[in-house]
Design a protein around this ligand. Sequence first.
Ligand SMILES: *[C@@H]1O[C@H](CO)[C@@H](O)[C@H](O)[C@H]1NC(C)=O
Ligand SMILES: *[C@@H]1O[C@H](CO)[C@@H](O)[C@H](O)[C@H]1NC(C)=O
Ligand SMILES: *[C@@H]1O[C@H](CO)[C@@H](O)[C@H](O)[C@H]1NC(C)=O
Ligand SMILES: *[C@@H]1O[C@H](CO)[C@@H](O)[C@H](O)[C@H]1NC(C)=O
Ligand SMILES: *[C@@H]1O[C@H](CO)[C@@H](O)[C@H](O)[C@H]1NC(C)=O
Ligand SMILES: *[C@@H]1O[C@H](CO)[C@@H](O)[C@H](O)[C@H]1NC(C)=O
Ligand SMILES: *[C@@H]1O[C@H](CO)[C@@H](O)[C@H](O)[C@H]1NC(C)=O
Ligand SMILES: *[C@@H]1O[C@H](CO)[C@@H](O)[C@H](O)[C@H]1NC(C)=O
Ligand SMILES: *[C@@H]1O[C@H](CO)[C@@H](O)[C@H](O)[C@H]1NC(C)=O
Ligand SMILES: [Zn+2]
Length: 656
Amino acid sequence: MKTSSILLFLFSIILLVFYHYNSRLPKPSPAQSFLTFSSSEIDILYDESTLSNINEVRTSHFHLSLVLDFDEQTLSGTNELTMISLTDGLQEVHLDIRNMTINQVMDQDFNSLTFQIEANPFGDESIGDRLRIQLRQKPALFSTFKIIVTYRTSPTATALNWLKPEQTSTKTHPYLFSQCESIHCRTVAPLQDTPSIKSTYSANITVSSSVAVFMSANKTNQYNLSENQTTYEFKCSIPIPSYLLAIISGNVVEKQVGPRTFVITEPNDMPAFSKELEDMEVYLKTVEDYITPYQWGYYKIVILPPSFPYGGMENPLLTFASPTIIAGDKSGVFVVIHEIGHSWTGNWVTCENWENFWLNEGFTVFLERKGGFILNGWDHYAIASIVGNISMVDDMKTYGFNDSFSSLHPQLRQRNPDDAFSTVPYEKGFQFLVYLESLVGQELFRKFLQSYVTRFAQQSLVYEKMAEFLMSFLIENEAFDKIKDKEIDWNQWILQPGLPPVDMAVYFKNEALGKADKLAADFIAGQGEITPNNTEIFYDFDMNLKLMFLQYFVDRIDSIDLKIVSLLEQVYHLNNNTNSEVAFLWLRLNVLVDNQESYGLVESFLSRIGRMKFVRPLYVALNLKHHDFAVEIFKKNEGFYHPIAVRLIKQDLSIK
Ligand SMILES: *[C@@H]1O[C@H](CO)[C@@H](O)[C@H](O)[C@H]1NC(C)=O
Ligand SMILES: *[C@@H]1O[C@H](CO)[C@@H](O)[C@H](O)[C@H]1NC(C)=O
Ligand SMILES: *[C@@H]1O[C@H](CO)[C@@H](O)[C@H](O)[C@H]1NC(C)=O
Ligand SMILES: *[C@@H]1O[C@H](CO)[C@@H](O)[C@H](O)[C@H]1NC(C)=O
Ligand SMILES: *[C@@H]1O[C@H](CO)[C@@H](O)[C@H](O)[C@H]1NC(C)=O
Ligand SMILES: *[C@@H]1O[C@H](CO)[C@@H](O)[C@H](O)[C@H]1NC(C)=O
Ligand SMILES: *[C@@H]1O[C@H](CO)[C@@H](O)[C@H](O)[C@H]1NC(C)=O
Ligand SMILES: *[C@@H]1O[C@H](CO)[C@@H](O)[C@H](O)[C@H]1NC(C)=O
Ligand SMILES: *[C@@H]1O[C@H](CO)[C@@H](O)[C@H](O)[C@H]1NC(C)=O
Ligand SMILES: [Zn+2]
């Protein structure tokens, strides 16, 4: 950190505390917040999902010094936090922890500090515990001090997935990967586990020399600590929220595939994966040209073992991706454009709490689809948006259209944010931005996005701040008349659950969809006995159009006969499709028509892939038809799935 930026940082802390002390306002309730929002409230941070006293003390840097032990399945060592006191007479520091052993807490002079663990204060074990540390001396207001916590993680830490060699591709070495978003970092290290606070970090990780380590940071050094042990040093000099802390270790190698882009994966998969991802520089350049220059130096992606529960995770310098994005024909790589988009929205400009998660995901889907439009054209863009809408409506159905989880502002007070994880923040957020774009015009909206990521660079914010910024941006650009106050119903769009207040379908009109629908309709009309005469047009459909084709049957499931599904297989060999999105929807259709012949494939899919987007709906469908069979498959594969997935699938199957 340069002196000038330290000064700037202190200055902003002073401002922030000034506001804090002069306002002491109660938290505005979401419904009134936009109207009453004023700058004096801005810098009090709100996060219902942390147990830390974030408005009294904040982390500016932390250093992890850890031994990574595959036999014990633990990380153990110290976290040295550099903190700034924001209150006169600070007596305690509260950190988030969950399922870890705290051995000792010290101050910077290595004096022991007393501490207590307040277990499960929110009454939900999954949110974790509060580590209360009593300081020996009250640090002066705005002064910096350090706390050193010695700890050991648990083998059941939810952020840490320890794989046996058999669960990897090369099957020779164990493998560890983390997944901290949303609130799992508290199982990896004691810290302020909140997206509202950003800090730099560094790490010394010691591990058996037979494996490599990568983190969401630059590697700055590596040396042999002993005959069998290597220490890796990392440094992340751009402040990040805790959920972007990431680590992997295993038999992995790195290969450069473009001027700024790298692929990290197991050696035997590298040839195929690096080929599939050779165009990443093009995607990076496309998004960068649309918005602002890329700030993180390199872009690196890890293709993880298949139990990774998400499509991708945007850790800086270490994007994680599921191997399900590798289809062999680049048809799954849109996930990479999404993760690249997070370099601006999510990692650079971050949601302040998980109730504002759409600021990460809605904006990033917007960038992803812009990239898709620039690279692949209108039909691609429009159909991807319609496919997204279908998932969103499905998720709203599951939660209930009237549930706050079907809104862009889920109420998470003392609830685990993972429970609210769905496509709603992605797709409803995206549609809201398309709506705003339609009001102000494409060029001006692009300029707004550029100003937004510049204005809130390296900060976290709530949507009220974004709304306020949009208004002032339009006034400055003499465009306020385009968006008269009453036209944007923030309350309806953000706070109210259910379908968007404006039906956005008209913004995604396209020619291609009609062809897919017509073909599907012809199959249905043929009742599985007559094959339509133009079946070959299917091969020109891109992934999303294939999905829409299959969705046509899913939407009319009551009139779909097994014979139709068998004919589809006979004509298109969908059982062999290598695109995981298509394969998933195809299997779901088979389960919905209770095609007994498909259950072998369904079971094999569920035991090979742990990505929740696919396995959860498949379990839900299977559960409705054959609960016991669904539970049996789940039990067989429970050890393979990620802990986050296990917890949610159990809810889906209504089992403990
Ligand atoms: C972590 O959780 C596991 C499983 O619930 C439990 O057996 C273990 O005792 C916990 N460890 C700590 C240190 O809390
Ligand atoms: C990391 O380890 C090296 C070697 O032990 C040491 O020189 C360095 O000071 C450590 N870094 C920090 C920040 O403690
Ligand atoms: C570290 O040890 C490995 C063998 O485990 C050896 O190949 C390598 O040369 C050593 N590196 C240094 C810097 O000593
Ligand atoms: C290093 O590993 C070898 C083989 O596993 C073992 O024989 C040796 O004792 C180890 N050395 C140390 C210093 O642990
Ligand atoms: C990583 O290193 C590059 C090159 O020195 C630098 O531009 C970039 O800011 C660093 N990134 C982080 C996250 O520290
Ligand atoms: C939705 O919830 C609101 C407030 O809880 C209630 O007034 C309304 O009747 C509900 N509507 C439906 C359709 O359930
Ligand atoms: C989303 O789905 C709903 C319900 O089917 C529909 O009314 C709406 O027009 C769709 N919107 C888009 C953008 O496709
Ligand atoms: C295909 O069938 C449609 C009727 O479903 C017919 O109108 C069309 O001419 C046929 N095309 C060919 C090439 O046979
Ligand atoms: C589909 O896959 C099976 C099993 O891998 C293979 O035997 C069969 O030939 C494939 N069929 C087609 C049409 O590719
Ligand atoms: Zn995302």
